[in-house]
Design a protein around this ligand. Structure first.
Ligand code: FAD
Length: 503
């Protein structure tokens, strides 16, 4: 390309980024940007306020967190040690389909495909023939988790049976503190102060500076809004509309209490269905994180807290932290020279631990589309389109957890079972139920095995399996399936108790 064809902006490159907020989102942003932009002369500042504090929750992750840790050059084992963390192989859903029933959503594959046909079609064929061994028997990750064991996933698995991954549970405040130390060591400046005013360019509307309560003024070319549910810049200054999804995901409150551990725990997050929502249980080394996510139309705050307290397995070690939220997201998470990352961008209930992963993917996308000072709106349009799709995909996956419940006669659960679904989800359900097909859209956070675990967990099975599954006889399949189970059982024997890994 000739020099004349280049169209560099006359306004020049970004020289300063200000991150507003020092919660998980703020310090993840600081650590990531300091690393990715380290060869550019860009000053990064974090402004937060110890007076205002953070939400203080957010302790379960998905396996993608380990890519983030690698990107900022942290080792999993150091994070586990410094945050009193534990390993997570999946999420166990208790009492969702009906009281007394449970299943696991593992971070791993089921069985082995053959002759171009996905494993679940063969499994359905045997099921139709009366062979009712559960799908989870063909998942190494589930078997490790259910036995309280852990193994590092192999770098080069010899078959699909060996493919699984793991995530982490951690103490959110220790994780943010660890990222803060890393960011400061990499040149990020930190200012503690309450932002009282936001100044904007009178013509373009770009944010130009913020004024602190102590009289200081901070200027910046580009702003990352990590101010939590407040959305100080994206909502407060720029007035970007919020797309409210309460009609789909009506849970709008949570109460969180840490407690002592009464027994050693399996490497899983547990989500147990309750009268007006669900309760999380996140094992850490020094305590258990517990929380009740509920819908305020169906239970009062005091009643929810009392219900949570009555179900703690050990003595409480913290005061109750009551939180309010609305499911949904900003129509534009990047607007002018402000990018919202974290709770300021949107929130979907933490049933599949997706908020931290959304922080991560937002940062990755933002660096891919990194602007100059003109902040070309086309970059923001691309960012916003992808961000919206990501929220919608996760929303659909969360809805799947509710609609198949058989908790008949419980008002919250009846409401969730009867709701009108987004077209995108309805199309997926139709294809699955008709012929066991997975419909995949762009920007899916959850892959086919995750959907399969939920469908099977709720007993929502297709009317027929693929005719291509008839490439093997039932006898051949029984034999192969027995060998798969034996191979899994052999590998499970190599697993190490979760406790000893941590020690
Ligand atoms: P916050 O933690 O609220 O931080 C906001 C920051 O902005 C603070 O530092 C504050 O000081 C600063 N600030 C605000 N206003 C001003 C001002 N005027 N001046 C200066 N500074 C200001 N996510 C997961 O991935 N897994 C989970 O298991 C999970 N569980 C959750 C459970 C619940 C009930 C909730 C509500 C959320 C959960 N999340 C979870 C989400 C997760 O907690 C958040 O994504 C994460 O903590 C990031 O929050 P944040 O940094 O955006 O906001």
């Amino acid at each position: 390309m000739s020099e004349a064809a280049l169209d560099q902006s006359a306004e020049g490159p970004i020289r300063s980024i200000v991150i507003v907020g020092g919660g998980t989102a703020g310090w993840m942003s600081a650590a990531y940007l300091a690393r990715k932009l380290r060869h550019l002369p860009i000053a990064i500042t974090v402004v937060d306020s110890a007076q205002i504090g953070t939400v203080g929750v957010g302790e379960a992750t998905v396996p993608a967190i380990r890519d983030f840790l690698a990107a900022v050059e942290l080792k999993d084992v150091d994070v586990l040690r410094e945050t009193e963390g534990t390993v997570k192989l999946g999420i166990r859903f208790v009492d969702w389909a009906r009281p007394g029933h449970q299943f696991l959503h593992p971070f791993g594959l089921y069985g082995v495909p053959a002759r171009g046909v996905a494993f679940h079609h063969y499994w359905l064929k045997l099921l139709a023939a009366g062979d009712a061994l559960p799908l989870s028997d063909y998942c190494l990750c589930t078997q490790l988790a259910e036995n309280g064991l852990f193994l590092a996933p192999p770098d080069r698995p010899t078959s699909d049976l060996g493919i699984f991954d793991f995530a982490l549970h951690f103490d959110a405040s220790r994780f943010a503190a660890m990222l803060k130390r890393l960011s400061l060591a990499n040149g990020v400046r930190h200012i503690d102060g309450v932002i009282e005013q936001v100044a904007q360019d009178p013509e373009r509307g770009d944010v130009t500076s913020v004024a602190l309560a102590d009289g200081n003024r901070i200027e910046g070319d580009l702003w990352i809004d990590c101010s939590g549910f407040r959305g100080l810049l994206i909502a407060g200054a720029l007035e970007t509309p919020f797309l409210d999804w309460r009609h789909w995901l009506p849970c709008d409150r949570a109460v969180a209490i840490g407690c002592r551990e009464a027994q050693p725990h399996k490497p899983v997050t547990t989500a147990a269905a309750r009268e007006a929502g669900w309760q999380w249980h996140i094992p850490l080394q020094h305590r258990i994180g517990n929380g009740y996510v509920y819908c305020s139309d169906h239970i009062g705050d005091d009643e929810a807290e009392a219900a949570l307290r009555s179900r703690l397995e050990g003595d409480p070690v913290s005061a109750a932290n009551r939180l309010r939220f609305t499911a949904g997201h900003r129509a534009e998470t990047w607007h002018r020279n402000v990018v919202a990352i974290g709770l300021s961008a949107g929130f979907l209930e933490p049933l599949e631990s997706t908020s931290i992963t959304l922080i991560q993917s937002g940062l990755e996308r933002f660096v891919q589309l990194f602007p100059d000072r003109s902040c070309d709106p086309r970059l923001a349009a691309t960012y916003n389109r992808q961000s919206t799709l990501e929220f919608e995909r996760i929303r659909d996956f969360l809805l799947l957890h509710y609609l198949g419940n058989a908790r008949i006669g419980e008002p919250f659960w009846d409401r969730m079972r009867g709701m009108a679904l987004p077209d995108t989800l309805q199309a997926k359900l139709d294809a699955w139920r008709a012929r066991g097909e997975f419909v995949r859209y762009e920007w899916e956070s959850f892959q086919n095995p995750s959907w399969l675990s939920l469908y099977a967990g709720f007993g929502d099975l297709p009317r027929r399996y693929s005719p291509l599954a008839d490439q093997f006889t039932e006898a051949e399949l029984r034999d192969t399936f027995a060998r798969m189970r034996a191979a899994i059982a052999g590998t499970v024997k190599l697993g190490v108790p979760h406790r000893s890994i941590l020690a």
